[in-house]
Design a protein around this ligand. Structure first.
Ligand code: PLP
Length: 399
């Protein structure tokens, strides 16, 4: 019998399965809203001009490709901290913040999960209901029991905030609470500043371990506005973890550029924590790749490229907002009675559209419009050429 005879086939990734089905669809007017990627109005993943310039400069410099330090590029890590906490953050000045470059936001979550597991092996992890589909699997694979806290309220297209708070209040001290800092995936529904203040209060009072996941900074209301949650935790004097990603904000999906940051009690503690994170990294992939981190650091620290990136990020944000508005208007124009104005209040790349699994099936089968069975659509994949077909399809399945 073969060595791997007992290996079972793992379940297929549902979103990748949908993309395979989309690719096999021969209809010319098909639209894929099942993805988690920003497309420009031409339907392509943009290569940002600021990124292109930094890449050309890097090639021109003919830099040697030695190993990076285990924790990554110092200039990159510092730039990440400033984006998250603001350049003038006293925590950075006090040496309380440590950052390691990571393989995307996913890699950052995994480094944090492995580190925390060794620190407190019996702690549970709580994620939002619903959450990014990889949160549960990632923490379970790191050895945790994962529970859900109430989050989305389908009746109001908003947050079940009372339910969320009650769950947080019920957890034992040390429970790791994963929080979407902005642009919640998959719902698009975020907490208000006041609600974050309340969450910070409960997390502090209960001794929970906040793990903020920020994968869409700049896609909601702007770079600083989207960091509100992170900065509220910082201002409250709490220790916490943040996983961040530049996959979307720099359109660098495949380069795997992210970071794990921790705020510790003081400089000495942060040095000890960093030494342990370096062990996690060293034993997994030794050190991060050079290209993405160098490009992002170059853009963030060059005033000219930084300004260009901020404007390109602003264009992506504005285009998404415009598509949200256009979808609401076009559904209204087609006589759809249901009020879709909530789509305009949601933030980031996604919208929980409120469509049922059966309506999503009809949308795909009869109109070639692909969405997730939960009703999640990627509004960042809408454009001026496909939006009418999408509105026609939605209007038809709701009629
Ligand atoms: N966290 C959330 C909430 C996400 O939506 C995503 C990507 O979809 C990630 C993390 C992972 O980002 P990355 O592709 O950089 O690993």
């Amino acid at each position: 019998t073969s060595l791997f005879a007992a290996v079972e086939l793992a379940p297929r990734d549902p979103i990748l399965g949908l993309t395979e089905q989309f690719n096999a669809d021969t209809r010319s007017n098909k639209v894929n809203l099942g993805v988690g990627v920003y497309y420009n109005d031409e339907g392509r993943i943009p290569l940002l001009k600021a990124v292109r310039k930094a890449e050309l400069a890097r090639i021109e410099a003919a830099a040697a490709r030695g190993y990076l330090p285990i924790e990554g590029l110092a200039g990159y890590n510092r730039a990440v901290q400033e984006l998250l906490l603001g350049a003038g953050s006293p925590l950075i000045a006090q040496g309380r913040v440590l950052t390691t470059q990571a393989l995307g936001g996913t890699g950052a979550l995994k480094i944090g999960a492995d580190f925390l597991k060794r620190l407190a092996p019996s702690a549970k992890v709580a994620i939002s209901d619903p959450s990014w589909e990889n949160h549960r699997a990632l923490f379970e694979y790191a050895g945790y029991e994962v529970v859900n806290y109430p989050y989305y309220d389908a009746a109001t297209h908003g947050v079940n905030f009372a339910g969320m708070l009650a769950a947080l209040e019920s957890y034992p001290a040390g429970t790791v609470v994963v929080l979407h800092a902005c642009c919640h995936n998959p719902t698009g529904v975020d907490l208000s500043g006041e609600q974050w203040a309340k969450v910070v209060e409960v997390v502090k009072a209960r001794g929970l371990v906040p793990f903020l996941d920020i994968a869409y900074q700049g896609f909601g209301d702007g770079i600083d506005a989207d960091a509100t949650a992170v900065r509220q935790f910082a201002d409250a004097g709490l220790d916490f973890l943040v996983s961040s990603s530049f996959s979307k904000s720099f359109s660098l999906y495949g380069e795997r550029v992210g970071a794990l940051s921790l705020v510790a009690a003081d400089k000495d503690e942060s040095a000890r924590v960093l030494s342990q994170l370096k062990r996690v990294i060293r034993t997994n992939y030794s050190n991060p790749p050079t290209h993405g981190g160098t490009v992002v650091a170059t853009v963030l620290t060059s005033p000219e490229l930084r300004a260009e990136w901020e404007s390109e990020l602003g264009e992506m944000r504005d285009r998404i907002r415009a598509m949200r508005g256009a979808l609401v208007e076009k559904l209204k124009a087609r006589g759809v009675a249901r009020d879709f104005s909530f789509v305009l209040k949601q933030r980031g790349m996604f919208s929980y559209s409120g469509l049922t699994a059966a309506q999503v099936d009809r949308l795909r089968e009869e109109h070639g419009v692909y969405a997730i069975s939960t009703g999640r659509i990627c509004v960042a994949a809408l454009n001026s050429r496909n939006i009418d077909a999408v509105a026609d399809g939605i209007a038809a399945v709701l009629a």
